[in-house]
Structure formats: structure tokens, C-alpha cells
Design a binder for this molecule. Sequence first.
Ligand SMILES: Nc1nc2c(ncn2[C@@H]2O[C@H](COP(=O)(O)OP(=O)(O)OP(=O)(O)O)[C@@H](O)[C@H]2O)c(=O)[nH]1
Ligand SMILES: [Mg+2]
Length: 304
Amino acid sequence: MNFLEEDIQSGMVAIVGPPNAGKSTLMNHLLGQKISIVSQKPQTTRNRILGVVNGDKYQIVFLDTPGLHKARQPLNREMVRIAMDSLNEVDAILYMIDVSLPLPPKVEKEKQQEFVEQMKGVVAPVILILNKVDLLEKEKLLPMMQRYHDLYPFHGVLPLSALTGEGTEPVVEELLILLPKGPRYFPEDIPTDASERFLVAEIVREKLFILTGQEIPYSSAVTIESFKEDKKKQMTTIHATIVLERKSQKGIVIGKGGKKLKSIGIAARKDIEKLLGQKVLLKLWVKVRKNWATDEQFLKELGF
Ligand SMILES: Nc1nc2c(ncn2[C@@H]2O[C@H](COP(=O)(O)OP(=O)(O)OP(=O)(O)O)[C@@H](O)[C@H]2O)c(=O)[nH]1
Ligand SMILES: [Mg+2]
């Protein structure tokens, strides 16, 4: 080991919490780049997304996870399992909740009890993140912090806004109190372990979450059929398939005269070009695979 690396702290940190709390937004903010997809709809993140943050004397490997919820379908159960498993694989946990919506005391109590259930047997220290304080009346914050403080032996309670960045500096500071000494797990120029193919499929899925409504985002998956870089032309040609559960959904995703699919493709291509740093030709297909979300073989192909 390089002697300069002797004093390095490094460790893994899971970001967990209910769907839509802002977990992916926070990870992207801490990374300073967009790795994890974000939308206004719950259950956007389906896999464990790894993001590496490097400082002069530290490396923090964040695990963004799917939202914890009461899951019935096999896909959702997998999502929750991934999030719950991460709790036992890490050196510290950021448990994040959205505090922008006032909850009736009874509902808040129920959610707190769920939290205590989820933390049973967890040994890693937990920092509670109260997110979206940009939307919260300031005088509500202190009593809320107190109510959570009494709930669990948190290492700390941090109110912040993952969206504006307000209050996020102490996150890394607090984590550095908790993380062990150790070498960097990842080279400093590698922000994630996810493949470009996976990230591209995620970008297309994000546009489906943003641009389609009803059940479509939850009935769709995205697979990459081919990914070819032309080094001379500095251009990548990507063929991706949007997989839907039912025939009736195909028309909705394609839209009148192909308009919807076109807007999904344009929005996705822009982000993919940013990711790959070159021109992209993106071809999208729409396919029906009945009940893919309960098809174990297909779920495996999606990385579950
Ligand atoms: N106003 C405000 N909005 C936020 C903040 N953080 C996240 N959001 C928004 O909340 C929504 C959900 O954010 P995500 O980062 O996708 O939430 P998530 O916890 O990863 O959600 P899942 O992956 O579905 O579990 C998006 O519309 C974000 O822009 C915040 O601090 N303030
Ligand atoms: Mg997410």
C-alpha cells in the first residue's frame, strides 16, 4: 500500500427509507453527478445502485436502494429484499424520510414503528435524514427532530434538502466519525460499478417514469439489445427494448403517430449522450412480455 494512503478512511454506507424520500437525489448530490435515476413517482429505483465519493483522505461507497414498502409482487419483494440486505452489508446507514408532508400523529407513529421493525438486528450505526426541509415550515423542524430523537439511538439526526443541497455538508462529516480506516475499494476515477448498458437502460426507464402515467412505469422494464461504439465517428448506436406486461399498454407507450415513444427517445438520448460523452443514436422498440414481473428468468436477466 502507498504510505500516503495509510490514513485513509473507507467504508460502505446504505441509503434506505420509504419510496420517494429522495434517496437517489441525495446520492447523486453527494457524487456531484447523476448515476441514479429520479422521478416524482414512488418505486423508481429497483436495484442497488453504487456510487463512490472520494476525498483526499476518504472513500465512501454509497448504496442507493429501492424504497422500503409493503411488497406483494415478486419484483417488489426483490426490491425490498435488496434494500433490507444492504442494511447488514454496510458500516453506516442513512435512513431517509420525507418530512415535507404533514402526517397525522397516528400515521407518523405507524411509520416509526415500521422503522423500528426494519432496524431489528441491525448493528450498523444509523443517521436519520429528514429530507425536503425546503418544503417544511421552519418552526415544525425542532419538535419533529425531538420526536425522532426519542425513537432510536441514532448516531445523529440531520435535516436537509437533497434537492437544493442545503444542509448536506454534515452528511460526510458525520460519516467520517463512523467509518473505519482502510484502503480505497475503487479507483478514484470510477464513480460506480454499474455497466454503461445498465445505466442506459435506467435512463430510458426514468423517462418512462417521467413521461407516462398510470400503471405504465410499473409495468415496464428496459433491456439493451445492442450497444456499438464507432470510435472513428465518436458515436454509439444503442438498440433498447421497452418491455411491457400487456398488449393494451403498447399503444399508450407508442402514442399517436409514435409521438410518445419519440419524446421518450429524445429525452433519453440527451442524457445518454451526457453519460457517454459522445453522440448517440438510440433506437427504441416496444415489446410485450406477459407478466414479466413474475417471470423469474426475466427478473434474473434484469439483474435481480
Ligand atoms: N422539494 C424537494 N424535493 C425533493 C428533495 N429530494 C428529492 N426530491 C424530489 O422527490 C422525488 C423523489 O426523489 P427520488 O430521489 O427519486 O426518491 P427516492 O427515495 O430515490 O425514490 P425511490 O427510488 O422511488 O424509492 C423527486 O421528484 C425529487 O426531485 C428535496 O430535498 N426537496
Ligand atoms: Mg430512488
